[in-house]
Design a protein. Structure first.
Length: 347
């Protein structure tokens, strides 16, 4: 944790989720004065309260769809992490209006609540599915980014600096494929793969937190930050897990589900034309042109479109042994392997 965030007050929307719980632990360890967890799930809040037993953590039951509840939670806060979202691609395909209400209008409420309370900085969590989206979840997240960028463009003197981070699959997060594969492996079932050659980015929860911290300290209003993550095929991910758990690799091919892509894109070729390369990160600045039409019809932009995007098909491809090494760094995987080892010793 960067020292500038020490002794500050934080609000995490969707704070009972995988990212939120990791961020809460990081902030507490770094000496945060107060961390507020905002979510709809009172049962998970109670679980966190019992597990953490830290008086610096305060819990707020509410919904980002309700501006009043977010505004009350943000009073006196210095920084906001906005992680609350509908994230499941299939469910958003069947209920796209619900995705809009949470991911778009809810995000607008978070930004408004931050402005009303003079929050210094708010970082909104986005996804690779927001780039050239083909599903409702990605489209709603793309609109969330547009809401953040429009706030920066229309409010140059705003009290709150609003930016976004965009990342791919977070390993072992709630609803991700890795816990499902492990559950199937431990049950002696074949792992269910939609399409073996499908590629996805890989990022740990710790790396996602690092990305958010990086954006907090370096972002200008409207920026989108991306971490340069490696990628792998779903088939190789399944093989790596089977190897770690010492079982034969058996796969059941399901076919591509609603709204899925063969590859995900973190930065489009149009965005790469103006992106700033920061080593492990890319910064995509907001297009700050206003509605003076001469900028579009008489002057325009002179930078050339890139010939390629940064997607999971052209990112650094991990081999099966490399995937195993990455997985072994996850404490959740180590815990699962310990359980599997004890089960084998008892049998």
């Amino acid at each position: 944790m960067l020292p500038s965030l020490k002794d500050q007050r934080f609000l995490i929307t969707g704070g009972t989720g995988s990212f939120g719980q990791t961020m809460v632990a990081r902030l507490l360890n770094a000496g945060a004065a107060e961390v507020r967890v905002f979510s709809r799930d009172e049962a998970k809040q109670d679980d966190m309260r019992r597990r953490l037993r830290d008086e610096r953590v305060r819990f707020y039951v509410g919904d980002v769809r309700d501006l009043d509840s977010v505004t009350k939670a943000a009073r006196g806060v210095d920084y906001v992490f906005h992680a609350a979202a509908l994230k499941q691609v299939p469910s958003c395909e069947f209920f796209p209006l619900e995705a809009i209400r949470t991911n778009v209008l809810g995000s607008a409420n978070v930004i408004e609540a931050c402005e009303r309370n003079g929050v210094r900085s708010a970082v909104l969590l986005s996804t690779d599915k927001a780039v050239q989206p083909i599903n409702a979840m990605g489209m709603s997240k793309a609109l969330m980014e547009k809401v953040a960028q429009a706030h920066a463009r229309n409010n140059p003197d705003a009290a709150t600096k609003v930016s976004c981070v965009r990342y791919g699959n977070v390993m072992y997060s709630r609803g991700s494929v890795i816990p499902l594969f492990i559950e199937q492996i431990r049950a002696g079932q074949p792992i269910t793969v939609t399409e073996p050659k499908m590629t996805r980015f890989l990022m740990s929860l710790a790396e996602s937190v690092d990305l958010v911290e990086y954006a907090f300290t370096r972002a200008e209003p409207g920026d989108v930050f991306v971490r340069k993550a490696p990628a792998c095929t779903i088939e190789d991910l399944g093989k790596a897990l089977c190897s770690l758990f010492d079982v034969s690799s058996k796969m059941q091919i399901l076919g591509i589900r609603h709204g899925e892509k063969m590859a995900e894109t973190l930065v489009s070729r149009e965005e790469l034309a103006c992106a700033e390369d920061l080593g492990d990160f890319l910064r995509v600045p907001v297009d700050s042109r206003d509605l003076n039409y001469s900028l579009y019809f008489e002057q325009g932009r002179m930078d050339r479109e890139q010939l390629f995007s940064f997607d999971s098909s052209n990112a650094r491809r991990l081999t099966v042994p490399e995937i195993e090494s990455v997985l072994l760094e996850l404490p959740e995987i180590q815990a699962e392997l310990d359980i599997a080892s004890r089960d084998r010793s008892r049998s």
